[in-house]
Design a protein around this ligand. Sequence first.
Ligand code: ADP
Ligand code: MG
Length: 363
Amino acid sequence: MSGIHLEHISQHFGEQIALDDVSLTVHEGEFFSLLGPSGCGKSTLLNIIGGFLEPTKGVVYIGDQDVTALPPYQRKTGMVFQSYALFPHLTVFDNVAYGLKVQKKKKAEIKQKVMESLSLVQLEEYAKRMPHQLSGGQQQRVAIARALAIQPSVLLLDEPLSNLDAKLRKNMQTELRNIQRNVGITTILVTHDQEEALSLSDRIGILGEGRIQQIGTPLEVYRQPNNRFVAEFIGQVNLFEAVYDEAGSTFTVPHLTQSNGQHVQLKPAGHKRKREKYLLMLRPERISISSVKEEFQPNHVTGVLADVSYIGHSLRLVVGLDKGEIIVHASDAAFPQLPEVGETVHINWQPEDVVFLDSKVHT
Ligand code: ADP
Ligand code: MG
């Protein structure tokens, strides 16, 4: 088992810069996710770690070893590719045995390691089946067993669950996490699914436009995003470009106006008064909604419901203002009856739920 360390990795494809100076460290035994939208360079980075692509610039370490120039089979990495290709003409056993046969291991050892790997993914009984006789989830488990069979020191997974339907995907996520814990193997999971990354990872690296935007625990990246990109990519968010108003120690939001003609004012908990303009964030589930005005609250706004969507466990409410809108997520349990579009509503939130984002506001 080893950690992974990337130093100043860049990847150019002709004119295009797919990765731009990416540095990161994945600790030994850690479950690390690389999260980002399609085309942001996730697979490119994973392929560089696995040795399927040599970076234009930069160094890859696995453990203490500089592996940048080594071919994949000398890196002790197990990889599950985005389009999980099992060999269709080989049995489950032979699929999992493939890497061991390439390494010219003895027959008895191959058998033992294949059965061990299949037992990790709970498919010992399926050794003799052909891939087409398995469900999508089972095929994916075989692909994971195949990657683990060579006893790699790191496991690299490129969107391994993206072809599965929602329910199966959830089950497989739990299984994946259990397998990783049992084996204790350093793992990088590439995904574009923020919920998957949040629920599985020890830490997440958010990749946007070929650059690392933030690295942190699920809680850190959700509650204290570095910038607009991270805030918008992970979950839903209300963003406010606000101007500091020294007289009232408040932040005025010029792009939000209430029906009384006043701009929305934000009172955050603690604030740095270095600049005039700030980018502030408020998560929709941190906002309380009420049919009565709660003027004693430090942050309160009145608006009219512009949209109501019922998502089962929660409601997504769009509170329309004279200019602009604020998104609110409320628990299903809070509403015996669904509120209706056109109703006047009062919203409020706590000062500590107003979060400062680091990036400068460009106007
Ligand atoms: P992701 O996995 O995040 O969806 P990729 O790493 O596959 O993104 O791709 C990042 C960018 O690099 C994309 O714009 C893609 O078109 C480009 N790219 C990836 N591989 C190649 C390649 N072999 N040749 C040229 N461009 C590539
Ligand atoms: Mg990809």
